[in-house]
Design a protein around this ligand. Structure first.
Ligand code: NAD
Length: 431
């Protein structure tokens, strides 16, 4: 049976490599559409959890996952040989930066090498990991074609960026349009058909490179606009203007403007990292992506600014950073999730520790964190913990925190999220 028929008759089997924040929700969505899916991960623990029907990603509904496993539609393994059996293979492995801040596509390469071992005629391979334009055709394609099979004829290859937004209750895989770019027209058509089984709208583009660039444009757009508002925050601070009031007022314009908010610095594994995939690639074309570099520099500076603000605030209370108890509210990179990757809180804690502050933190979603080899554990947010602190620093504005209690009991608060805007008092400092 041809792949298109297998997809529409729901008899196509899907293999997803990488069962993380992207791969696991994708697997549950595929199973929800009635297609059999097998997750492949090098992490035994993750595979075991899936097979027990346990979700380890907050956005993935435990019941949906459990039912998919019970119904025999979803299982996981560490054994890559299943790749020979499946019809569609999706790659959802990490794409971090190396120590030299260059793209580290070793995970993508390793996944492609595993696929190449088992590649057979009729299979469709889709890369979902965020990466620089050219990865699908310059890195994956040559590895797969070592098998002697030809793309577009024997097997199919496409790029389709994931748009997962952890913690977003309004948009999931089903109602977030999916961009698709295949190596050939048939590759695009088959990939579009596949995603149409569980995504409301698929947006085909003319090439894998256009699809790869689309994802980067989306992330760079956020990175640059956050940097812009962060820079204006620094200026407003000097000019004695409330940046939050300005952003709110500008947001009343019904066209030609969309709000971005200042904060303690960029976080997450996407926005601070992905743009540099493009700047690296651009250098091969003698091109310097100035906006990306400038935005990166501006955003990376913000945690230092936050630490300066804490120092100034303590100073106004005749205290020094050294020896002060600073309670950090929120460690995750954004509200209501437990992901601390690239979170500015980690940098801020590291800087404050170096200045001699005693750091504690409260985060309802992060029990424990190791920062610079030191292990920190979340403390309960009791009034006496708040009042015993010389300064409370709001880094992540989780919605479950009792900010009224914090405002009423704290000696000093530095608020990087304007979360305490409805409380008055000289003890509240906004960045
Ligand atoms: N998390 C997001 O919000 C998000 C959104 C859009 C795009 N992305 C992109 O999607 C990709 C994956 O991100 P993520 O957040 O899911 O990462 P993750 O770290 O949560 O998950 C990656 C998984 O891949 C596994 N893995 C690593 N190497 C492997 C290999 N060779 N074979 C099999 N499994 C392997 C890891 O054990 C892990 O479980 C990245 O390129 C990321 O930039 C992530």
């Amino acid at each position: 049976m041809q792949l298109a028929e297998k997809i529409t008759s729901k008899s196509a089997e899907v293999g997803i490599i990488g069962m993380g924040y992207v791969g696991l929700p994708l697997a549950v969505a595929v199973a929800g559409a009635g297609l059999k899916v097998i997750g492949i991960d090098i992490d035994r623990e993750k595979a075991a959890k899936i097979n027990r029907g346990e979700s380890y990603i907050p956005d993935v509904d435990r019941l949906l996952l459990e039912n998919a496993v019970k119904d025999g539609l979803f299982s996981a393994t560490t054994d890559f040989s299943v790749l020979g059996r499946v019809d569609i293979i999706s790659i959802c492995v990490p794409t971090p930066l190396s120590d030299m801040r260059e793209p580290d596509i070793s995970y993508v390469r390793s996944a492609a090498n595993e696929i190449a071992k088992y590649l057979r005629a009729g299979q469709l391979v889709i890369l979902e990991s965020t990466t620089y334009p050219g990865t699908t055709e310059e890195v994956i394609l040559p590895i797969l074609e070592e098998s002697g099979l030809t793309v577009g004829k024997d097997f199919y290859l496409a790029f389709s960026p994931e748009r997962v937004d952890p913690g977003n209750k309004n948009f999931s895989i089903h109602n977030t349009p999916k961009v698709v770019g295949g190596v050939t027209e048939t590759c695009t058509e088959l990939t579009t058909l596949f995603y149409s089984q569980f995504v409301q709208m698929v947006v085909p583009v003319s090439s894998t490179q256009a699809a790869e660039m689309t994802k980067l444009l989306e992330n760079i757009f956020r990175c640059v606009n956050i940097a812009l508002v962060n820079e204006l925050m620094l200026l407003c601070d000097r000019m004695g203007i409330n940046i939050w009031e300005v952003v709110d007022a500008a947001s009343s314009k019904p066209f030609g403007y969309m709000p971005f908010f200042p904060g303690p610095g960029l976080g997450g594994h996407c926005i601070p990292i992905d743009p540099f995939y493009l700047s690296w690639k651009a250098r091969q074309y003698d091109f310097h992506t100035e906006f990306i570099e400038l935005a990166g520099k501006t955003n990376e500076n913000i945690p230092y600014y936050v630490v300066t603000k804490v120092g100034e605030a303590l100073n106004s209370h005749e205290k020094s950073v050294k020896g002060s108890n600073v309670l950090i509210l929120g460690l995750a990179y954004k509200r209501d999730i437990g992901d601390t990757r690239e979170s500015p809180a980690l940098k801020i804690i590291s800087l404050l520790e170096k200045l001699g502050a005693h750091i504690g933190y409260h985060d309802p979603h992060v029990d424990e964190e190791i920062i610079d080899t030191k292990t920190y554990r979340s403390v309960d947010l009791a009034p006496e913990i708040v009042s015993d602190s010389d300064c409370v620093l709001v880094v992540t504005d989780h919605s479950s925190v009792d900010y009224r209690m914090v405002a009423e009991n704290a000696n000093l608060i530095v608020d990087t999220r304007n979360r305490l805007k409805n409380f008055v008092g000289n003890h509240i400092v906004r960045i």
